[in-house]
Design a protein around this ligand. Structure first.
Ligand code: BDR
Ligand code: CA
Length: 315
């Protein structure tokens, strides 16, 4: 039986690859998308989500526009990482379809409460929608099947500040609410995503198929690769979000530890820093499973094979 997933996302170059991976993977059914500010504004990422779905022949997947701003912090977008429109150098046609009327947080509540223990939530942007949903309907905590979260840097340096990863830095207060909620969580931090670099050779393999999908991936990741080269001296780019999606049906890509994880919401240099109490000094119950070891090529082979399949099916 395929898993029913909802993507909470801010597309975003790697978010768009996660959407494509979900569409190309028979192990999951993409029930819907809720959008969230982050890589670009909520208006822009909602347009992008609709455009990607149409482009991939999947406009049947409903899109719900979510929160516009973080809970407490001012807005922080990432044009230097994802480009002004959020998709690097890729240009998609303006979508014909519109977002649903319902708000993204309400969509999460209604889906989870109407299908207890059936919905897998995959959160690959700042956690504002999910925190709002928890505050509005706390019973979603007991009724969601599981929550996969792309976020945090446990023993890895940050990618936004020296200590903080982007999604947790943008809305640390939302992350705090979610981390302390009691939901069954699986975290994919930078510790594992930075081990999985999408290389120029990987792109060249995809480009052997002449298809709008491979052209899109090339145009989007070219910008992302330039960012990684300029800011982090990385050859290639880190595709955090599809890796998180992949773990929903291929958990063996990573090794995990059950840990007590928290996020710094004090107003100092550590804002948004995620940290684990590895020795459990406070004798608390672990609040999440954290991916800390990874088989990089297992993920990359899966990703490439699925993108090839999708590209061929949409020639
Ligand atoms: C995360 O931040 C965003 O830029 C990416 O889309 C990913 O979700 C990585 O820190
Ligand atoms: Ca993202």
């Amino acid at each position: 039986m395929p898993k029913h997933i909802i993507l909470d996302t801010d597309p975003g170059i790697d978010d768009s690859l996660a959407i494509l991976l979900a569409l190309a993977s028979p192990e999951v059914v993409l029930d819907g998308i809720s959008t969230i500010h982050g890589n670009a504004s909520t208006a822009q990422v909602t347009t992008n989500a609709l455009a990607i779905l149409e482009f991939a022949n999947a406009s049947h997947v409903p899109v719900y526009r979510g929160c516009e701003l973080p809970l407490v912090q001012p807005s922080l977008l990432a044009p230097e990482t994802h480009g002004g429109n959020g998709l690097g150098y890729a240009k998609l046609s303006a979508p014909q379809s519109r977002p649903q009327v319902k708000h993204g947080s309400d969509y999460l509540i209604e889906s989870i409460m109407s299908s207890p223990n059936e919905i897998t939530l995959v959160a690959i942007g700042p956690l504002t929608n999910i925190a709002m949903a928890i505050r509005k309907e706390p019973r979603i905590v007991q009724n969601v099947k599981e929550v996969f979260i792309m976020g945090g840097a446990i023993q890895h340096t940050g990618n936004t500040t020296a200590l903080a990863e982007f999604n947790t830095y943008v809305d640390p207060h939302a992350a705090h609410i979610v981390f302390h909620s009691g939901m069954p969580m699986i975290l994919t931090p930078l510790d594992v995503t930075y081990e999985c670099i999408f290389l120029k050779e990987d792109l060249d393999r995809l480009l052997k198929i002449d298809s709008p999908i491979t052209k899109f991936i090339a145009d989007a990741t070219r910008f992302y690769m330039e960012f990684h080269d300029e800011y982090q001296k990385i050859d290639g780019c880190v595709i955090n979000d599809p890796m998180t999606l992949a773990l929903t049906f291929m958990p063996e890509i990573c090794d995990y530890q059950n840990l007590v994880v928290d996020v710094d919401i004090s107003t100092g240099v550590g804002l948004g820093n995620t940290f684990a109490d590895f020795y459990n000094y406070e004798k608390k119950q672990p609040n999440m499973k954290v991916a800390l070891g990874v088989r990089p090529r297992m993920f990359m082979e899966l990703f490439l094979e699925r993108m090839e399949k999708l590209a061929k099916s949409l020639l």
